[in-house]
Design a protein around this ligand. Structure first.
Ligand code: SF4
Ligand code: SF4
Length: 401
């Protein structure tokens, strides 16, 4: 572990930590696992200890030895069992940029070869197949065939005003494929001139960020930017908050970037999405990357409230305090049991509102929460916001549920 992998600001921030432990109280991973070693405060202490033992005259004088590979691996096991939800950062009274610190730490541990073995799978899948699941990248638009009236071009058009980046989860998981189907139908109905990138869409790079593998990112970024440019598009739309976050923070582009709720609100306000009565009480789960990450809190709520008959009740922890569903940070790949426990805590909170359905704006949240309700036979609908709008859209053939 080397100080070279951390910025001067991060080193100062580590020193500033007062050990107040507020971050531990809001950590979904530490709470679900009942294991304080997963909390930010423990991680911070370990990081400071490891860095001090590796560098400086004092460590030599005091005889501090560097951590063994075994110790580092144990520490890494706690570092990667984190959803990167940013709850710790949100509550930290000193404003320490903890998520950025956790990302630097993951990169550092990968360089030290102290990381969970699943990271190698992420690396191999992305290097070979350009998507995180190792699927054939030419099958990215296969979901279009499941539409009632699939267009012959599978929405892969030579030029368009808008490019819709579907993301890996929506492209390959049957359950999540309902989301791009719904969004494509809404955009068709609203007359949006859009295209998909097909096999020219590569993973946005978010799994590389979470896996500490950012040295591979440049190729993914340049491929995706070139593919969008080739379409002559001015706007890029994302139903996946992680893709959206990645493009906003790491793509350095002047293209207009829109999350699905922002696009939906624009279309609703323009009167392009006529909505029928839909009597339903729902609650809204803020995805971590869209809410705390991109601060898109009000747009999805306004879209939900615009549907006649829909009543929105808030979760006890909502907006910037929303608790993660367990699906972030590659946690599902590293510790599926812990991800499932966090999801159960989330669903229990949803049930406390009395809502019949939980709405979110993220394919991964939909997958995680749906798996939980199915596994536990809980009578609760889990829908992405584009699915909710599609249900209410008129005129329309009845949506697949
Ligand atoms: S990012 Fe979330 S899961 Fe990770 S340490 Fe912070 S609060 Fe816990
Ligand atoms: S909340 Fe901030 S200052 Fe308090 S222990 Fe956590 S990281 Fe340190």
């Amino acid at each position: 572990m080397s100080k070279a992998n951390f910025t001067i600001r991060q080193l100062f921030e580590m020193d500033a930590c007062t050990n107040c432990r507020l971050c531990a109280d809001v950590c979904p991973a530490a709470c679900a696992a009942m294991n304080g070693e997963l909390s930010a405060v423990y991680r911070m202490k370990g990081l400071k200890r490891h860095l001090k033992s590796r560098t400086g005259i004092f460590s030599k004088l005091l005889g501090r030895r560097p951590p063994s590979l075994e110790e580092l691996k144990h520490y890494a096991d706690t570092v990667f069992r984190c959803t990167l939800c940013s709850n710790c950062e949100e509550i930290c009274p000193l404003g320490i940029r903890l998520k950025e610190l956790w990302l630097s730490l993951r990169e550092d541990l990968v360089q030290e070869k102290a990381y969970p073995s699943k990271i190698d799978m992420i690396r191999a899948n992305l290097a070979k197949s350009r998507n995180v699941f190792g699927e054939d990248n030419s099958e990215r638009t296969e979901w279009v065939e499941d539409m009632r009236r699939p267009p012959a071009d599978r929405y892969v058009r030579p030029q368009a005003e808008v490019v819709y980046i579907t993301g890996c989860v929506s492209a390959y998981f049957p359950l999540a494929q309902k989301i791009p189907i719904a969004l494509a139908e809404i955009m068709d109905a609203a007359g949006v001139d859009f295209t998909l990138l097909g096999e020219d869409e590569w993973c946005c790079g978010f799994p590389l960020l979470g896996a500490g593998l950012m040295e591979m990112f440049a190729d993914f970024k340049s491929q995706n930017l070139a593919a969008v440019k080739a379409k002559g598009a001015k706007t890029v739309v994302f139903a996946c908050p992680s893709c959206y976050q990645m493009w906003r923070e790491y793509y350095e582009t002047d293209l207009e970037l829109l999350s699905a709720p922002e696009l939906l609100l624009r279309l609703v306000r323009a009167g392009k999405v006529p909505l029928a009565e839909l009597p339903l009480t729902v609650t809204y789960h803020d995805p971590c990357d869209l809410g705390r990450g991109a601060r898109v809190f009000e747009e999805p709520r306004e879209v939900i409230r615009s549907i006649p008959g829909v009543t929105l009740v808030e979760l006890p922890h909502n907006r910037e305090k929303c608790m993660c569903c367990g699906g972030g940070g590659n946690l599902e790949m590293v510790d599926a049991d812990l991800a499932a426990k966090i999801a159960r805590d989330k669903i229990d909170e949803v049930l406390s509102t009395g809502a019949r359905a939980v709405i979110t704006s993220c394919q991964q949240c939909v997958r995680t929460m749906t798996s939980c309700v199915k596994r536990n036979k809980i009578p609760l609908d889990v829908l992405d916001i584009v699915q909710l709008v599609r249900k209410a859209l008129i005129p329309a053939t009845p949506a697949k549920s």
